[in-house]
Design a protein around this ligand. Sequence first.
Ligand code: AMP
Length: 206
Amino acid sequence: MPSDNAFASAPAASNPLRRVTAYTGSAAGVDPVYSEAVRRLGVALAGRGVGVVYGGGKVGLMGILADSVMAVGGKVSGVMPRALADAEIAHEGLTDLEIVQDMHQRKNRMAELGNAFIALPGGAGTLEELFETWTWQHLGLHAKPVALYNVKGFWNPLLDLLDHMVEEGFLRQELRDSLIVESEPAPLLEALAQWHPATPKWDRQG
Ligand code: AMP
């Protein structure tokens, strides 16, 4: 059974990379460079023996990621709310597919299963998932790394906004820096494996 709060039993420090939760688009984007980069990431994850947790759909970059990991013998777990199983076309060929009640359960379960998070290019749903996970890290509710896979500089406009938040005094530099940003699979996975948590937002001395 999924717990009410996926992060409630999170360890105090990150573990070696075992299973990555991936947030990404239900669309594939207009430029084939996105699909190609997602395939390369999928192969790199499987090659390191790192399992993948994702939303469970067949559509867009989500489906491409799952297929690329499965194609080279990797393990993929999908978590999908019943109401979306048709719209996002539940992927039947996964290592396992968990059908949950709603979006909240989906996010909790995805967060619980992974010990690191990567946001790949995507839309509003991807952003929503990324920010919940990253802000909960700031609050010390979990101590798992969060990364952006910055294919074709996709996340640069968001990074500019984050830097603006730092300049204007709404986001601490240390927390901004806790977000891993890499555009190639190998350094991305290495950074996830090496990551150490920043001091949580409300835990500072003095
Ligand atoms: P998108 O990036 O908008 O293509 O969405 C990517 C994935 O995020 C899809 O599987 C959506 O169903 C999922 N999603 C969208 N909104 C939410 C939400 N509020 N909570 C959890 N998942 C969501």
